[in-house]
Design a protein around this ligand. Sequence first.
Ligand code: IMP
Length: 440
Amino acid sequence: MGAQFGDEGKGKITDFLAAGARYIVRTGGGPNAGHSIHLAEGQVVLHQLACGVLRHGVVGMSGPGMVIEPTKLETEMQELEQRGLLRGQVVLSDRAHVLLPVHRLEDAWEDELRAKKNPNAGLGTTRQGIGPAYADRSGRFGIRLGDLARPARLREALELLYATKAHVPNLPPIDQLATELAEVGGRLAPLIRQTEPILWDAIARHETILLEGAQSALLDVDFGTYPFVTSSHPTSAGALVGSGIPPTEVDEVIGITKAYTTRVGAGPFPTEDTGERGEFLRRVGGERGATTGRPRRCGWLDLVLLRYAARLNGFTGFAVSKVDILGGLEEIPVCTQYLMPDGSTIRDVIPSQADDLAQAQPVYETLPGWPEFHQRLKDRVRREGASALPSTLRRYLDRIVEETGVPVQYVGYGADREETVTIPPPSGHVHRASLTPWTG
Ligand code: IMP
């Protein structure tokens, strides 16, 4: 699960963990996500497919919690196939909702409406139609992948849906849309299945299932920085609803965080650095949206957000990505608490109002930096493991553990698939953040 505002490197870490899994399930979101993975054959960005599709013998499942744009999904599969990278099996949930052109048009219409009322109120969505598609799901006007093979049901559902969209300009004619959907549905039909019993049977056979979250805790529709959020639940609880797996079957919850923080789109971001150093992070970290190409806003590690995400998700471990980007900095600021306008401090529970979070002044602790991750250091870490990580980096990771109560289990020190190192646990004991007494 993403522990910040998205783009933490979920694709890379999921791919790393995928080696031991039989099923990998995307549990929410849709083409708003862009999970980048660097293979020997080049870079891959997955939007609607789970990263299991890149590995032989693995099932990559697009789960019931997703909103899927079927034509784009087909293109994503074709592009992987042409590059010889579609190696796993693709399975699509018949319960996943279909993202339609009307949703994309409505997304743009809504964001413009907000901005017209108040220039600061635009959300900066990815304009993929995510919000309207989830709204139609909740309103029970949605169309699901399983409907595509039922022409009468599809036609009736489209007519009802269109009756609710008189405000949306330039809708494609229903006839044309119904025909296109039936065609793409026909081509995808062999992949569309009822997925939850497949997973229940896998659990009964003790096979490993990995749930691949998209977006992140602070973008959760309820617990994120509302209304600057996505319209799904990118938290561990949401991953269960989005797959049909019961909470009692979960062994581990890995929170993925960058060694610093980024955000795309509007909304509060306490540790944002709009100066030269933020620009440094953007340039060196290659911080542009994998889906939209928008430059990401950049800032420093925020331990208040991480503590909050850890409690919300019940993280049993962290994966910290992109530590190499900070390599060579003399000192690194880390936010340990917020100072609020009334003089109070906040350490672990962010305010539920975005306006209040926007007022938070980060209080920084300065930690010593570590050397650049030149090739020799990377080779040593690859050979010798975590013991070869620079001591100041170990100190930085220890601070995350001390401040959150959650062990750091994986560290990403480069974009390549192999550039992730596992940190052995101090004991066999699995720590649960939700059971830790919180100071603050
Ligand atoms: P939506 O999901 O397109 O509705 O966008 C809502 C907010 O979530 C916007 O601020 C987006 O930039 C952000 N967002 C959505 N998906 C991602 C993602 O995969 N990574 C980072 N930000 C995202």
